[in-house]
Design a protein around this ligand. Sequence first.
Ligand code: GLC
Ligand code: CA
Length: 577
Amino acid sequence: SMKKEINKFLYFYRFLATVEMMGELKWWQKTVVYQIYPKSFCDSNGDGIGDIPGIISKLDYLQNLGVGAIWLCPIYPSPLVDNGYDISDYCSVAKEYGTMEDMERLISEADKRNIKIVMDLVFNHTSDKHKWFEESRSSKDNPKRDWYIWRDGKEDGSAPTNWRSIFGGSAWTLDEKTNQYYLHTFASAQPDLNWENKEVRQALFDAANFWLDKGVRGFRLDAIVYIKKPSEFKDLPVDGADNLASIAKATTYQDGILDFLHEFREKVFDRADIFTVAEADGVYPSDFDKWIGENGAFDMSFDFSHIRLGFDEDCTWHKRKSWKLIDIRKCFTEDEEATKDNGWVPVYFENHDLPRCTNYFFPQGTDTKLAAKFIATILLTMRGTPFIYEGQELGMTNIKWPSIKMYNDISSIGQYELALKDKLTPKEAMKGVWKYSRDNARSPMTWNSGSKAGFTTGRPWLPLNDEYPNLNVETETEDENSVLNYYKNLIKLRKQYPALIEGDYEELLSYSPGIYAYARTTKDKSERIIVIANTTAKIRGYKIPELKGATLLASTYGNREATLLRSYEVRVYKVKK
Ligand code: GLC
Ligand code: CA
């Protein structure tokens, strides 16, 4: 009959609409990203330094875990003052890590496993050993002089401004040869490029395109919020015991930066089906409409709000303020609200600049396995693209070395010295280092319980975590209750339930002081998943009537059921239709 025909037509139309709706999501919105710190991932030749052949040997592991993209921290030639974030050549590979052929093999072997490679672009600065800088510093009239930022000192010969670099000390270094200072947001071995110079921009875009042509499928833009400098360089009000003021206050997200970034997008990003994610400390959800998505320059932007909860504006390690785990609720809800119709959230709790999340987000003494599963559940049920940092899937914990001399991370050394200047004792200063050192995450990946954790046959460049005999891939693979298997299961769930990927986000129980709950619902409302997290160590009850008859999809306590939420328990339910 006619009615039947109409219904059929409507049904088909709706089906098409659904397909199209799902089609709106790009590949990178449906995937899970895994971040590799090459130096610490897997060493193939026994020199104690991770390398590209080592990464290739672990691609099966990553495929099995369920990841679809690898964000590779810098593998370019570098004096390694900041472990590769000081690049001396953008278009080749560090000999410690392998060859260009190894990189090409990595891209194609990953591709066979449906894994895409994402490169880290460090374009705010180069190494002081980059040939551009060597030319630039050679004389005031060298054609590359203007590729970096040179200034005369003040009348008394001191630095042009009182800015403190992010790693500590003045952001200016005097170069005796020409008796001028150059600017560096980070270490003095990382001179800032002058983005105002058109040739500089073109050289950087060419480098990015070089990697696009090799088949990489995304970029993470390092320290990108600092590339635009203010039109005038002025002293800032002193904010530390060193009589300096953080450079970030003068250079973060300056007017005019978007012009540079749109040019970048046009000349590079728009050329291929890739994703871009900005490292954007100081860009907030309220800026997202201009920064990401339709009208922005990037697809995603790392929001630092949940990372900064324990800090004042200047992020000094020995000046902390108290905060509670429940405070992450506000951060995530803000990100989600800001990207509801435009842009997309990269969800993360760890990276190579942060301590391990098992320690960072929880009070001292918390069971780290419970903590790891808590974070895993939020990470993999949130709306956005999850980023897992190597070892996070094992529930890896912080390291704690007795002396600052054992630390490699330059920011640890800078912060330690700043604490001493602030009259802390060395012992007190070490507390900040233990808590926040970037080496916490850079201690090598642990593959088995053997004497070198399967990371190397030689001497690891940084000591192994003492807990590795229990926290390693092999041991955890065999334990069905391990953090690793929990990650695997959640990644599977994510693929199985569309609500977890395309579903919207709605905060529930907002009045609750200790429970973070949210729902993920598909557009057609056919699937609704509810996540409830106890953000405290105390047992807690909750009331969500619609959970009557719901199916428990995952819980950080496995299938040991209980009515009340236990210490840091998180549950994932599918609501009954
Ligand atoms: C970014 C990187 C960090 C590096 C810094 C300088 O913050 O993530 O590791 O030290 O930029 O490039
Ligand atoms: Ca090696």
